[in-house]
Design a protein around this ligand. Structure first.
Ligand code: ACO
Length: 388
């Protein structure tokens, strides 16, 4: 048989790939076809599987929307009940994972905690296909976060309750009492509103990992790492800090003026896709107002509203409007959720969208492997270390 011959390499000719175009931030690039989420950035509309988010938040509960994201259709009553039972049955944490949680430093950054424990979930995996594992992640992530809250606060661990909804069980495990209906509904809506948002940075990052055929735990761990940054998930926490700094409604104008004059950004404003109001912002604002009234903290709500007005006056001409994070942090605050858990709240809600996109991507998987346009030098003369 003839011996295989590798192609010749011309030592004098270097193929430069400098024709490639650079798309900074991958703006405008589509990496897959998707049926999960559509964002109408100019028209201020968001759709999950073709349904307007405002209809879903008005009429559906979170579990229904998770089913919709994962399986493509709204469930029948029987399908929903069976899916709720499945989610509830997957909430209990394996003993090893509980032990791990209680061995971590109590002052762990909550996003570091979540990233670490989601990653560790693969070590306690109880089988099933990737969809089952994904549903397990959606079911367990809020339980792990509540367990972390109890542990670092010196509270006894609690068992999840199967008869409660995802939102109800989360609040029960956080605070040790079954929540009022109104609180549970607000929590449920907050989960629902953040359940997906197309190929945001964290979802895209999860697909990069998934595209190598690494498993769902590795892919979601990547997503959590990406969500942690202040330009993405971290903004809701920054909004709360900003409102603390502002202090009262009458200081909003001068605060915003000062921030913009010194070249700083107003947290909770601006979005890569929305060039108009983020529709989720409206829903969160309504809930923030309801909760502020309930808690007797209209002062805080009014401070936020004044900052919003002052920023809009100065930024709307650039199409910079409030995004989902402007009021979401306040809603969590009024629910009693500690400020530093704000980003993890985003993460446990988005778990549904991450899982849905990963499963969809695997249906037509292609390794994601972009390239960088090389602009450095070539063929430099090698200088031995003694002569440098
Ligand atoms: N405050 C003040 N000015 C802003 C803001 C803001 N929040 N956002 C954008 N701008 C200005 C920029 O300074 C820039 O002005 P210039 O053209 O005069 O230089 C212009 O608007 C365009 O800004 P870009 O950074 O190019 O817009 P991009 O699409 O890259 O940024 C981003 C989007 C990162 C969200 C940005 O608006 C921002 O930093 N916002 C604050 C952080 C935030 O709220 N993040 C949450 C996003 S939503 C989410 O991930 C859940």
């Amino acid at each position: 048989m003839e011996k295989f011959k590798y192609p010749d390499i011309n030592p004098l000719r270097i193929e430069m790939s400098d024709e490639c175009q650079v798309y900074k931030g991958l703006e405008g690039i589509c990496v897959k076809e998707s049926r999960i989420c559509y964002i109408d950035g100019k028209g201020s509309r968001l759709y999950y599987r073709g349904y307007n988010i405002m209809d879903l938040v008005e009429h559906s509960k979170y579990e229904e929307v998770v089913y919709l994201l994962l399986f493509g259709e709204l469930p029948s009553r029987e399908e929903l009940e069976s899916f709720e039972r499945k989610l509830a049955s997957k909430r209990r944490l394996p003993d090893g994972l509980r032990g791990l949680i209680r061995s971590l430093p109590k002052d762990s950054d909550p996003m570091d905690f979540l990233r670490t424990t989601v990653s560790a979930m693969s070590l306690f995996d109880d089988g099933g296909d990737e969809t089952e594992k994904g549903i397990g992640l959606i079911a367990k992530a809020p339980v792990m976060l509540a367990e972390f809250h109890r542990y670092r606060s010196g509270l006894e661990p609690l068992e999840p309750r199967e008869e409660l909804s995802q939102a109800g069980n989360f609040l029960y495990m956080m605070f040790g009492k079954v929540p009022e209906g109104s609180e549970e509904r607000v929590m449920d809506r907050a989960f629902l509103l953040l359940a997906d948002h197309g190929l945001c940075a964290s979802t895209f990052a999860s697909l990069v990992t998934a595209s190598t055929l690494a498993d769902i735990y590795a892919s979601i761990t990547t997503a959590i790492g990406t969500l942690a940054g202040p330009l993405h998930g971290g903004a809701n926490l920054q909004v709360l800090k900003m409102l603390e700094e502002v202090g009262s409604p009458d200081r909003a104008e001068s605060y915003v003026e000062g921030m913009l004059k010194s070249g700083k950004r107003i947290w909770g404003f601006g979005h890569r896709v929305y060039k108009n109001f983020d529709p989720r912002y409206r829903a969160f604002k309504r809930m923030a107002r309801e909760m502020a009234e309930l808690r007797g903290r209209m002062d805080l709500f009014e401070t936020a509203e004044k900052v919003e007005e002052a920023a809009l006056k100065r930024l709307a001409h650039k199409n910079i409007y409030p995004n989902v994070d402007f009021y979401s942090g306040l809603v969590y605050y009024f629910l009693g959720i500690p400020q530093d858990l704000a980003i993890t709240m985003f993460a446990i809600s988005r778990m549904a969208g991450w899982v849905a996109h990963i499963l969809e991507y695997w249906e037509q998987n292609r390794l994601i492997r972009p390239k960088a346009k090389y602009v450095g030098e070539l063929d430099k003369k090698y200088v031995p270390i003694e002569e440098r």
